[in-house]
Write a protein that binds this ligand. Sequence first.
Ligand code: ATP
Length: 621
Amino acid sequence: MQFRKLSEYFERLEATPSRLEMTDLLSGLFKEANANEIEKIIYLCQGQLAPAYMQIDVGMGEKFVMEALSKVSGYTREEIEKLFKELGDLGLVAEKVSGKKRQSALFSAELTVLKVYENLMKISKASGTGSQEAKIKLLAELLNSAKPVEAKYLVRIPLQNLRLGVGDPTIMDAFAINFIGELRKNKKIMQEIEKELKETKEEKRNEEIERRLKFRLREMIEDKYNVRPDLGNVAKLLKQKGLDGLREIDIEPGIPIRPSLAERLPSSEEIIRKIGKCACEAKYDGFRIAVHKKGNEILLFSRRQENMTSMFPEIIEAARRQINAKDAILEGEALAVNEQTGEYFPFQITMQRKRKYDIAEKAEEYPLKLFVFDLLYRDGKNLMNLPFSERRRELDKIIKKGDAIELTKSIITDSPKEMEKFFEDSISKGLEGIIAKDLNAKYIAGARKFAWIKLKRSYRGALEDSVDVVILGYYKGKGLRTEFGLGALLSGVYDEKEDKFRTLAKVGSGFTEEGMVEMKKMLDKIKRGNKPARVDSLLEPDVWVEPKYVIEARADEITKSPMHTAGRNEKDTDGYALRFPRMIKLRTDRKAEEATTVKEIIDMYKLQKRVKTEDVGTDAA
Ligand code: ATP
């Protein structure tokens, strides 16, 4: 495919205000690409060169991109800088100067997607002395042959600011649309759907069949994506082998999976009512680590699938000594423990271990302990579909006694009283609470389901649990705030079903002055002229931004609100809002799609209502 064609798709994706149209465009792009290039095209749509977990960084600083632009256009650095100030986006500058090149290109050729990908890959791999010059040259080589629309995107990719607003779920929907025809040939599935639709009127039938087929396809694709978050690879297999290709995707040591998450309930009684006799584990307040063992090689991944192998040498060593299996994937929570007293350090201390420098010193000062709680793979066997009780038994068997790896503290009970006691014990030891686990549940990758239920002290009072919201835009500020140019952030939560961001709060407090200045700078880099396609809002901020940054916010409570769109539906026109929201911190460890979800907000609202009614002594039911 010519890169020009892809750039034209990008341009249409960027311009559309509708998510449905976005899905259709992506579906068309998928059809048009061939099997050799589809993987790379999908990565480029995501603004990357490989799945995120491979951490291939194509980033170039603005300075160097401007250098490359000046090299090929004949514009001076000063002129480019001036245009950048005017237009606020180097992509637009590139588009403009490419259209009016003052020097004719030497060896200009039509750019293909493969050529662009190859050069971008070389840029990402260049390192050491002279690497900046090499990167500038590689980008300049591409820009030299680029038409204006191509130049716009060529520059935005290394600046990590592609602005397409395409989320992974939308890409998966686009794949699904293309395989409706193939799934329709599956007799078993068609019979099931026909059965479900027995009562449906004839004229609605076809549409409904199509909708259900699409839904099933999306689930099939997402199941695979959850154990191997690599949409390029999914696309390639689909293109080569159709739906059969999905069978080749399985859990594999070295490739991080998307983690299982916990639901919330307010009391031990409700937990037992929901899942019956269950395992009840201490909830450690550190960070989640997946340990992947491939023979002697050990890899560590974060909850967000980042490779953290070099950060925690003591866990690597312990994994070699203490895991009695050739290959394995297990999960646990890492926590700094005071070796003198045996007490757990608070989260702020544990967090200091997430660092790129002075690793050995910090490891000495605050050694980590890994409390393991699940085993997903062992010596060629995928264990995810076994009931939790069996996985835990297997885990027990393969962990040898040692210093740094321990099993989580756990009891099995069907007594609310016993669970309560375990909860109080955990709290008194400085832990966050407990997680109850359904003994019969499979490991559910990438989802928040009732297989795990958390119980924290905080649910018992007002809204103590914080909420992670995505910044969708900002208001310029009035009065004293005018000088900062930022008064409040329009923020929202994630609607997983629709792959949309819906508003929940205007966050206007909790910032320091420096914080506001920094925040504005950061947001101005991702400004959008119009409301992004995946944002659903009744409010209009002064400036819209790409949904990218997540902040942790606290509030007094969740209320119903006609102004916000989170949780709003046709029957009940009110959405939900945070009352007195304040910013706690920027959560650099979360992507926009990992923010709190609409469903969680609704659940938290119900929970809060229940806690309130229980407080005044009435029956909550
Ligand atoms: P929080 O905001 O409470 O950190 P979260 O969204 O990060 O929540 P939850 O779904 O609330 O995650 O809770 C699951 C997290 O709890 C896991 O990701 C893991 O990091 C941590 N955890 C601590 N102890 C355990 C345990 N025994 N079993 C499972 N997860 C545990």
